[in-house]
Ligand binder design. Structure first.
Ligand SMILES: NC(=O)c1ccc[n+]([C@@H]2O[C@H](COP(=O)([O-])OP(=O)(O)OC[C@H]3O[C@@H](n4cnc5c(N)ncnc54)[C@H](OP(=O)(O)O)[C@@H]3O)[C@@H](O)[C@H]2O)c1
Length: 364
């Protein structure tokens, strides 16, 4: 019997994880589960298999120390506070994490098992105990085009993202809704007048910026996370370093782009430009993508199919990784573009963690 501590299920990723685990009947009676919270200790936790849990204190290191596996979706600050102290106390259990804080550490594996199962297995065999889920857009991109990288067909990747507000956490969903509701404008007016009133409204001090800090309703924000020294944002920086680490590439595959927050609720999309190492037909590319894994859905480059199936709304709440708009670019035969969208709370966060937990339980 393993003791499994799960931290942070009140959030977007944690909530999605629990939903998935219940749906897939992951809560086996042969293991003991505990639920921890950093802000709701002693309050009612989830009800699973008729058992009502109470949240335990996520900062109680003695309690945490009793766990064989800790899976946290709480966030980087929590990991920063607790992980090193636990290890210092001699805790040798498995740590599975959604947050980015530990991802680039040497003895940490970024787990995305449909893509890097061999890296995970090799890590487990040599005693690695810390596994972290990848950045959401990176995991989603790899689920779609990982095979093209494995085949060594790619010279570089440029990805322009369209990232949903739920990627920024639970609080910001409500903040976006408040912004949308603030536009209580008479739609009978001339569209030019409406649009002008809309711009005046967002300038008012009373406009609810919330944690987002800027108007995002009917807008977009071309900046996600902190600024790096080279002008990239941290989210953009993660694209290259994490993708290369997950794939275990010896020679760096350049990945860059611009990460953009858009006012969708859920699922991240990316418009991707790929410079191929050689001319490969679109048919071959499509075949390779379609055969990547059972979650990829190849969408024909067709108006109706693209508008119906290649959208955040079409994939939200599903494990589908939609890839479409695949075409050769006018820059030359070695350049292709494509569009891909997947649920960042599922394959971009909760699902790799859930699967990682199962992989570890299988070897214990
Ligand atoms: N959102 C995504 O799409 C995504 C994708 C990949 C990775 N991640 C990473 O996963 C981690 C968690 O992200 P998240 O989006 O799940 O963050 P979140 O929704 O903001 O939740 C984070 C934590 O906030 C706490 N919390 C306090 N009051 C809450 C309330 N009223 N409602 C909900 N939660 C409350 C919860 O922990 P306590 O119970 O301990 O207070 C919760 O686990 C972050 O490190 C993030 O970078 C997120």
């Amino acid at each position: 019997m393993s003791k499994i501590g799960i931290v942070g299920i009140r959030g977007m990723v944690g909530g999605t994880l629990i939903e998935r685990m219940i749906k897939e009947k992951d809560f086996e009676e042969s293991h003991q589960y505990s639920f921890f919270s950093s802000s709701a200790k002693n309050q009612p936790g989830p009800k699973i298999n008729h058992k009502q849990y109470t949240f335990l204190d996520a900062y109680d290191l003695d309690l945490m120390h009793e766990m064989n596996i800790i899976l946290t979706t709480q966030g980087s600050d929590y990991t920063k506070d607790v992980y090193a102290s636990l290890r210092k106390k001699g805790w040798t259990g498995y740590w599975i994490d959604a947050a980015s804080y530990l991802r680039m550490e040497k003895d940490v594996i970024i787990g995305l098992d449909p893509i890097n199962d061999h890296v995970i297995k090799e890590g487990l065999a040599r005693g690695i105990k810390t596994f972290v889920g990848g950045n959401c857009t990176v995991s989603l991109l790899l689920m779609g085009i990982g095979n093209l990288i494995k085949n060594d067909w790619i010279e570089w990747i440029s990805t322009m993202t369209y990232q949903a507000i739920s990627g920024a956490g639970a609080k910001q969903i409500g903040d976006l809704l408040k912004q949308v509701r603030a536009f209580d404008i008479d739609e009978q007016k001339h569209p030019l007048k409406l649009e002008k009133e809309f711009r005046q409204l967002i300038k008012q001090k009373t406009f609810p910026l919330g944690e987002i800090g800027h108007p995002l309703a009917f807008n977009l924000l071309p900046w996600i996370d902190a600024k790096m020294e080279d002008g990239r944002t941290k989210e953009e920086w993660k694209g290259q370093v994490e993708l290369n680490k997950i794939m275990g590439l010896k020679k760096i595959l350049p990945v860059d782009g611009i990460c953009v927050r858009v006012p969708t609720f859920r699922s991240h999309a990316q418009a991707v430009t790929i410079k191929l190492k050689k001319n490969i037909t679109i048919k071959t590319i499509e075949k390779e993508i379609a055969g990547s894994n059972s979650w990829v859905k190849l969408i024909p480059n067709d108006v109706e199919e693209s508008k119906r199936y290649l959208t955040p709304l079409a994939v939200s709440g599903t494990l589908d990784i939609a890839v479409g708009r695949i075409k050769q670019m006018s820059m030359g035969k070695d350049y292709i573009s494509l569009f891909t969208v997947g649920d960042q709370l599922l394959w971009g966060a909760a699902e790799p963690l859930r699967r990682m937990l199962k992989i570890i339980l299988n070897i214990l």
